[in-house]
Design a protein around this ligand. Structure first.
Ligand SMILES: Nc1nc2c(ncn2[C@@H]2O[C@H](COP(=O)(O)O[C@H]3[C@@H](O)[C@H](n4cnc5c(=O)[nH]c(N)nc54)O[C@@H]3COP(=O)(O)O)[C@@H](O)[C@H]2O)c(=O)[nH]1
Length: 780
């Protein structure tokens, strides 16, 4: 059943109580009136039937009233038919009075019957007028019998009354039709209203849910800038728990007035927008918001205030700031990074070009920082970098920029130096020296004392057309590289010639790689003679490069390049393995039985490799040679550069059986007290002291002292660079254990060394033999 028909059914049932009452009292009244004039049995039967019908109808009415709409809806047609049935039975009962209860003679009571039928039908038709078919059926059932009865009577008066009743009946039917259409309209209007109300409620519900669940804060405000409504998100945005302080709030009194223009804009029929920081009056929070406003206009185009949407962008903004911070600043030191300093250099190029002053870029690289990371771990390494950044900042002016551009690399941009290049270079150099002083020294971190130094490259520039920041940085880098090459711990001012030496380095590096791949290196061996027995007891492995074009190249010509490029590690590994192979071969062939030990030079780079000891152990084990056959020659600087790790490594090597000699002793740090801390077995006195031995009192004193202290510490002493008998006899007198030098032999290829040793003659004899032809020649 359609909703409209269902509503009509509801209306019809709403009339039942009235119908029942009218019907009941009408039956009662009719019976009282007619009791003496009609057949009492017929009247009793009529009354009984009427009462039974009324009771049933009442019962069904109660059933209907107690049913829910959901229960009634599926049976609505049945209930309509029930209603129709009872109405028609009612009509039939009153119609039947014209047949059963019409007094034959009392004309007055006959008219009472007619009046009852007319009155009740008129009432009934009014009530049931909502159903046209029912009206017609009811009118027929109630009027037809009385009209027929009256018309059947002979008296023309009755016939006239029959016409009148018929006319009234027709009139009533049409009145009921009109009344019915009024009721229909009323039901339809109510139905339409209900529909509209429910649609409105739905829309309102949707709007409320939209407002409450909108991801942006929303509030309405009237034309006098007072808040009239708001959603939950707005409370969240402003960290509030209650709407109360906001409803009716005058936005004109906000502490932060930056949003007012946008709010007013919407009241002037425009759309307002604001994005930026906002200080909340209510929660006293600093936010970053995006706000937009639109006017609220009703159907009559009248302004009803405005609506404002507020988005809290605080978190996005903070994230953006963080990203920005990370893309322009170094997270560890909080210093600008390469991008930012590059930008600033660009600016300096422009400014110095316009104002004719000089600027400088200082490229700082910490010396041997890698060892700090390797020995103390990255946490301490990070702390050192942080402290360095702080020391740098302290030294500089606020207009200068300090940036961290790599692991242990810092860039400093000095602005507004002198307009004279020489003066500017001097200023930059003074600042650089100040920075070196600031960095040089001990860093105390977590109970560790870490010594540090730095090398600085300086590039002084004045902006020119087309000058690029990268080129400026590169020059400072080249100068820094030069500072590293020339001893570290100092500053170098960029010079064009540095580029050539760098180019040379790259070229040499390339050639050295080829030399390794093409096996162009060879080991020569120089004898070390036991002074007491005058026997070749040991040899030192010394590298040579058989260059395909340049011939034999001595190590001093390429080792420094190998050191700088880092290739020394690979070359050193080759030397170690080659020496061990040679030892193995000598062991197997017995070709050099007399050789008790082979010493190998190890560069600080190689020695400072974290896995150096393990590497050597593995090599010795895999070639199955006695570790005692090897002696490693380390310079003092290799140990001082990495004092903590070096001592442990030397201990581990000595414990394994490999001996460690301190090479070039007397040069460099030359700290005799330092010897106590180094668990080495041998010290080699530097050649420079031996050469000077005869002519320089100081050298004699130094050699004397070194030997005395070494002896007191039970160390073996080797003197290198011995070229004369005099030097040898002086060393013998001072108690030196071994000597090495041209007096015995220079470094020889393996075959020649083997040949020398296989003569099994004392070196003195060999020397004498060598001299004899010379003497005979001179004698001639
Ligand atoms: N890391 C490595 N360094 C190495 C290796 N091989 C050599 N070197 C180092 O190169 C420097 C020069 O070595 P070299 O040209 O071989 O010179 C050695 C001797 O020939 C020279 N010597 C020896 N006796 C005399 C002498 O009586 N007079 C004189 N003028 N020179 C002499 O001394 C060099 C050996 O020095 P040292 O190592 O200090 O014992 C040199 O520093 C080598 O260390 C290598 O494989 N790896």
């Amino acid at each position: 059943m359609r909703q409209f028909d269902f509503d009509k059914l509801k209306y019809l049932y709403s009339t039942v109580p009235v119908i029942l009452l009218i019907h009941f009292f009408s039956v009662l009244l009719f019976s009282v009136f007619m009791w003496h004039y009609v057949d009492n049995i017929a009247l009793a039967v009529w009354i009984s039937v009427s009462v039974i019908v009324l009771l049933f109808r009442f019962y069904h009415y109660l059933l209907y009233s107690n049913s829910s709409e959901e229960e009634l809806r599926p049976q609505s047609t049945l209930w309509l038919h029930r209603y129709y049935t009872y109405v028609l039975i009612g009509g039939g009962l009153w119609g039947s009075t014209a047949v059963l209860l019409f007094p034959p003679h009392e004309i007055l009571y006959q008219m009472v019957v007619v009046l009852f039928i007319l009155g009740l039908t008129a009432t009934a038709l009014g009530i049931i007028s909502a159903s046209w078919e029912l009206v017609v059926a009811y009118a027929l059932l109630s009027f037809a019998p009385i009209i027929v009865r009256l018309a059947w009577m002979e008296d023309p008066l009755y016939q006239t009354i029959a016409y009148i009743v018929s006319a009234l009946g027709i009139l009533l039917i049409f009145s009921a039709k009109h009344f019915g259409s009024v009721i229909d309209n009323a039901i339809y209007s109510k139905f339409a209203l209900t529909q509209a109300m429910s649609a409105l409620e739905n829309t309102q519900g949707r709007l409320i849910s939209l407002l409450d669940n909108a991801p942006v804060g929303i509030f309405y405000y009237d034309s006098s800038l007072h808040i009239t409504d708001l959603n939950n998100q707005l409370l969240k945005t402003f960290r509030l728990t209650s709407r109360d302080p906001l409803i009716g709030y005058d936005l004109g009194t906000l502490m932060d007035k930056r949003i007012l223009p946008a709010l007013n804009q919407a009241l002037e029929d425009g759309q307002g927008r604001y994005e930026g920081p906002f200080y909340s009056t209510f929660s006293e929070n600093s936010l970053y918001i995006e706000l937009s406003t639109v006017p609220v206009i009703d159907k009559k185009r009248l302004h009803q205030g405005a609506i404002c949407f507020v988005k809290d962008l605080t978190m996005e903004k903070e994230a953006q700031e963080l990203i920005k911070q990370n893309s322009f600043y170094d997270p560890l030191t909080k210093l600008p990074n390469r991008s930012l300093v590059t930008d600033r250099i660009k600016l300096s190029i422009e400014q110095s070009r316009r104002h004719l002053f000089h600027c400088a870029v200082l490229f700082i690289d910490l010396d041997h920082f890698k060892h700090i990371n390797d020995d103390y771990g990255h946490y301490i390494g990070d702390q050192v970098l942080y402290q360095v950044s702080q020391r740098l900042l302290k030294q500089l002016r606020s207009e200068d920029t300090v940036a961290r551009v790599g692991g242990d690399e810092f860039l400093i941009l000095l602005n507004t130096l002198s307009d004279d290049y020489t003066a500017a270079a001097q200023e930059a150099m003074e600042i650089a020296l100040g920075l070196i002083d600031a960095i040089n020294g001990i860093f105390g971190i977590d109970g560790e004392s870490i010594s540090l130094s730095a090398s600085i490259g300086i590039n002084v520039f004045r902006g020119e057309e087309g000058m690029l920041p990268d080129a400026i940085i590169k020059r400072a880098d080249i100068a820094m590289f030069q500072a590293k090459r020339t001893g570290r711990q100092h500053a170098e001012l960029y010079h064009e010639s540095f580029e050539t030496s760098q180019h040379e380095l790259f070229q040499m590096e390339k050639e050295l790689r080829t030399a390794l791949d093409e096996k162009e290196f060879e080991l020569y061996y120089q004898p070390k003679v036991a002074i007491d027995s005058d026997k070749i007891a040991q040899v030192e492995a010394l590298i040579r490069w058989n260059h395909p074009d340049k011939g034999l190249i001595m190590p001093e010509a390429f080792i420094p390049y190998a050191e700088e490029s880092g290739l020394i590690v690979k070359i050193g590994e080759w030397v170690l393995e080659e020496s061990i192979k040679q030892i193995k071969q000598w062991q197997q062939t017995g070709a050099a039985n007399a050789i008790e030990r082979v010493s190998v030079n190890v560069s600080s780079h190689q020695f400072n490799q974290p896995d150096f000891v393990d590497y050597l152990r593995a090599l010795v084990t895999s070639y199955e040679i006695a570790p005692e056959m090897i002696e490693l020659e380390l310079t003092e600087s290799a140990m001082v550069d990495n004092s903590r790790g070096a001592i442990d490594k030397v201990k581990a090597l000595e414990a394994f059986g490999v001996r460690v000699a301190l090479d070039d002793f007397g040069t460099g740090y030359s700290s005799l007290s330092y010897l106590k801390h180094l668990p080495v077995s041998v010290i080699k006195i530097d050649r420079s002291f031996i050469t000077d031995l005869k002519h320089n009192e100081n050298s004699l004193m130094i050699v004397k002292t070194i030997i005395a202290i070494a002896k007191s510490m039970d160390l073996t002493v080797v003197a290198e660079g011995v070229e004369t008998d005099e030097e040898l006899s002086m060393l013998k007198e001072l108690g030196c254990d071994y000597y090495q030098g041209f007096l015995c032999e220079k470094a020889l290829p393996v075959k020649k060394l083997e040949a020398l040793i296989s003569t099994k003659i004392s070196t003195r004899q060999s020397i004498e033999e060598k001299r004899l032809p010379e003497q005979s020649t001179s004698a001639k």
